[in-house]
Design a binder for this molecule. Structure first.
Ligand code: UDP
Length: 487
């Protein structure tokens, strides 16, 4: 229940509906409200889409009113209650399923709703998991889970993933919480994640927001280790063709669409750095300020997105008080709150994406055909950075060393200095053969992404085969016996 999950799920529902079946989206009211306009536009154009919501039991779970997505969960105590509220949705979800006509042919459920496994069994509806990760990440996950290589190393000791197609070197302090839970141990996150893992392994298959040409070796490897089916149907963001859909994707943007496009139109082609660190803010204010100073030092036009929370308040005061705003006038566009990310990335003036490497953002950067400046912060982001930097060779790291785990706000002070930001921007946007080749590779991946979703492209064919498998019920009710043994 965070933007990185519900945004691609809504895109997937639209994509399925564009290909024939009726797609019913079941979510909670605040999330539904963020997509109401998009869905209304889609249904008005004739797409068979339905948006239903279940009341989110905030009060029953002891959550403050409006705490309905992970963006507003700010402490381990709230997280525990938030998990509790998601569990409470099971009963109303079952009631809704009983009433739903016609009965669904198949359920595609976000991987972090593991109780849906029992519900699907109860109603004898085949269940597919929607996983927001890449196959590269899934193989890293599988390798860590099986080899446990990270268990015998110190926090900052480098280790390579064993028997891996590429040489991927990480440290334990860069791993997602499952492998390095930190202070979240007390919230039973480990047990929850184990249930997620089993529910995923028990599902009839996995739908992924990726495309085969991007990571074909990893798609093949994942097909080998996973007994169920894998459908790579992305990049899902490309199903948004209409500029209003792009501008309103995920939430109402904090900047007027016309104003934003006008500013971008005034910049030279390929000259702008777009900097956005995702939907959940974890960096400290001094670190965010250092990022701003790095953008200033780069001497290039930039769009800088700052989340609208308390930290942003301090950063905003600094922006105005320190004279930063005046110094970057005309060449710096600051968006405070929600940015229309895909609309911006699609604009020809954008020449680089400074990203936290959330999987959606990474893939949106790939679609835009621009090189990336990578600044991973938590979860799977350090692993995605390796895909971009080492495998695709389209990114340059700012050199972040350790994950900021949930609720452990960045204590390292200013770990990434402004010069590191400037240097990484220079390496992706500047002159020289290496930079030119990187930009060419990024452009080629962008073209491949677009081809994958066109009629006859790999993802387009995978969507059709997913629909056919669902309709013919060939996916059955669960994994093969071989696969069960892997659990
Ligand atoms: N996003 C956006 N505007 C913002 C921040 C984020 O549209 O100001 C979208 C972004 O395009 C992506 C999603 O929110 O689709 C964030 O997902 P991602 O996996 O990149 O990162 P997360 O926020 O889950 O860390």
């Amino acid at each position: 229940m965070s933007p990185g999950h519900f945004i691609p799920i809504i895109d997937m529902a639209k994509l399925l509906a564009q290909n024939g079946p009726t797609a019913t989206i079941i979510t909670t009211p605040l999330i539904a409200a963020r997509f109401r306009h998009t869905i209304d536009r889609a249904t008005a154009s004739g797409l068979p889409l339905r948006l239903l919501d279940l009341t989110f039991p905030s009060a029953e779970a002891g959550l403050p009113n409006g705490c309905e997505t992970l963006e507003t969960v700010t402490s381990p105590d709230l997280l525990k209650k938030f998990f509790g509220a998601i569990y409470m949705l099971r009963q109303p979800f079952q009631q809704l399923l009983e009433q739903l006509e016609p009965k669904p042919t198949c359920m595609i459920v976000d991987k972090y709703i593991p109780w849906a496994a029992e519900t699907a069994r109860m109603f004898r509806i085949p269940r597919i998991v929607f996983d927001v990760m890449s196959c590269f990440y899934l193989l890293c996950f599988h390798t860590l889970h099986v080899s446990k290589v990270h268990e015998n190393v110190a926090e900052s000791e480098h280790f390579a993933l064993p028997n891996f197609p590429d040489t991927i070197v990480l440290t334990k302090s860069q791993l997602p919480g499952l492998f390095n839970p930190g202070s979240l141990d007390g919230v039973h996150v480990k047990e929850f994640r184990e249930r997620v893992r089993v529910a995923e392994a028990e599902a009839c298959g996995i739908v992924l927001n990726t495309f085969e040409e991007l990571e074909h070796r990893y798609v093949n490897e994942i097909r080998k280790v996973n007994g169920g089916k894998i459908w790579c149907i992305g990049p899902l963001s490309l199903c948004n063709k209409d500029s209003s859909d792009k501008a309103q994707r995920g939430d109402k943007a904090s900047i007027d669409e016309i104003e934003c496009l006008k500013w971008l139109d005034e910049q030279e082609v390929g000259s702008v750095v777009y900097a956005c660190l995702g939907s959940i803010s974890r960096l400290s204010s001094p670190q965010l300020i250092e990022l701003g100073l790095g953008l200033e030092l780069s001497e290039r036009p930039f769009v800088w997105v700052i989340r609208g929370d308390e930290k942003a308040e301090e950063v905003y005061k600094w922006i105005q008080g320190d004279g930063f705003e005046d110094r970057v006038k005309g060449r710096g566009l600051i968006i405070r709150g929600w940015a229309p990310q895909v609309l911006i990335l699609d604009h020809p003036s954008v020449g680089a994406f400074l990203t936290h490497c959330g999987w959606n953002s990474t893939l949106e950067g790939v679609c835009a055909g621009v090189p990336m400046v990578t600044w991973p912060i938590f979860a799977e982001q350090f692993i995605n950075e390796k895909l971009v930097g080492v495998v695709l060779e389209t990114g340059v790291s700012v050199g972040a060393r350790a994950a900021v785990q949930m609720f452990e706000e960045d204590k390292s002070g200013v770990a990434v200095k402004r010069e590191a930001v400037r240097n990484a921007v220079e390496r992706v946007m500047g002159g020289g053969v290496e930079a030119e080749e990187r930009r060419n590779r990024a452009r080629e991946f962008g073209e491949m992404a677009k081809k994958a979703v066109e009629e006859g492209g790999s993802s387009n064919l995978n969507v059709k085969s997913l629909i056919q498998d669902m309709m013919e019920q060939v996916i059955g009710m669960g994994p093969t016996e071989d696969h069960q043994r892997l659990l």
